[in-house]
Design a binder for this molecule. Structure first.
Ligand SMILES: Nc1ncnc2c1ncn2[C@@H]1O[C@H](COP(=O)(O)OP(=O)(O)O)[C@@H](O)[C@H]1O
Ligand SMILES: [Mg+2]
Length: 333
């Protein structure tokens, strides 16, 4: 089969950490063709979505003394290592069996437009993961709000008074920009903080942009669990524990990864999410759970596979690719 991956410039990916690389590697190992492209290399021509596609070959990373080690270079493009991003072959995406939309957030206007282009991929020929409509429907922070039994007490507002009142009721809270990732802009709010007004003004652009404010969960000290879901089913999990004086557990800000189990409550959360995720075409998703509460549903480019594979001796990338080959829409062809 042929797999295309819409990714950030490949030179910037970390083969030992990035889930996109894990999935590309898995596709290659399972004997499929792997092609790459970028958000800014998509077009609609004659009512179909096209992309500048480049074939890529990867040297799989190796586990050495409990660490992933990558070859240098770890990938090669058909037209030479380090070839410019404008190279590639203009190809209708329907020639691919599956297209992975894996560009990192934020969801910019360019990102949003790319999802509209992907609407012109014929679903009877090619599966787009995640569904462009689903990605548009799901703001990573706000999507969780519909699962009222699973989430901690949360508001979304740009109003300083509303936020202050909530904070005083809760005692402590966490403020989150709605378009952030990897801990960016996440703030701990304390009702006695003399910077409170200023923090809210900066985060809301003077009351113009809503933010999420959530009750502070002290269990966050024990970790923020990433659970990876494939078609609504949990397939693996990893815990991320804040280190030093940092309160955020994100790997990008130094969170330590540790082995973990999926609890009964967390399985129940997955059961609650599954029908909605399936309906929205959100096939590959990473949810964040703190102290048994759902805090985020990552749909754009969730990560975690490399860490889970290392700790659990799994090959989740292969599981994902296998699922797609078994559930591809090819049967309709
Ligand atoms: N309600 C909360 N209580 C305590 N800590 C939180 C809470 N929500 C998030 N955090 C901390 O902030 C980090 C980032 O939060 P998250 O909502 O996952 O946003 P993102 O990962 O997109 O930046 C988490 O890893 C966790 O350590
Ligand atoms: Mg998160």
């Amino acid at each position: 089969m042929k797999f295309a991956f819409i990714i950030d410039p490949i030179q910037r990916l970390d083969p030992c950490h990035d889930t996109s690389v894990a999935m590309m590697e898995a596709a290659q190992e399972l004997g499929h063709e792997v092609w790459i492209t970028q958000l800014n290399q998509l077009s609609v021509i004659g009512g179909k979505a096209w992309a500048l596609l480049q074939p890529v070959k990867l040297t799989p990373i190796q586990l050495q003394a409990d660490r992933w080690v990558a070859a240098d270079p770890w990938f090669s493009l058909a037209d030479g290592i380090g070839s410019t991003s404008s190279s590639g072959r203009l190809t209708p995406l329907e020639e691919m069996d599956a297209v992975f939309m894996r560009t990192d957030p934020p969801v910019t206007t360019a990102y949003l437009y790319a999802t509209y282009i992907l609407d012109y991929v014929d679903p009877t020929k090619t599966r787009v993961i995640n569904s462009p409509k689903g990605i548009r429907a799901a703001n990573e922070k706000m999507y969780a709000l519909q699962f009222t039994e699973a989430i901690p007490t949360t508001i979304v507002s740009q109003d300083k008074q509303v936020i202050r009142q909530f904070l005083e009721q809760q005692g402590a809270a966490v403020l989150k920009p709605l378009g952030g990732k990897a801990g960016e802009g996440i703030l701990f709010l304390d009702p006695d903080d003399r910077n409170f007004n200023s923090l809210v003004e900066i985060s809301t652009l003077q009351g113009q942009l809503p933010v999420m404010v959530q009750t502070y969960l002290p269990e966050a000290k024990a970790g923020d669990k990433r659970i990876v879901l494939l078609n609504g089913e949990p397939i693996g999990a990893v815990n991320r524990i804040p280190t030093g004086k940092e309160f955020r557990g994100n790997m990008a800000v130094g969170g330590r990864v540790a082995q973990t189990e999926i609890t009964e409550r967390e399985r129940q959360i997955c059961v609650q999410l599954a029908p909605t995720l399936r309906q929205d075409g959100l096939i590959f998703v990473g949810i964040d759970v703190i102290g048994g509460y759902l805090t985020e549903v990552n749909v754009t480019s969730p990560t975690g596979i490399r860490e889970i594979d290392r700790l659990e001796n799994t090959r989740l990338g292969q599981q994902v690719i296998q699922w797609i080959t078994e559930n591809s829409s090819l049967v309709i062809r």
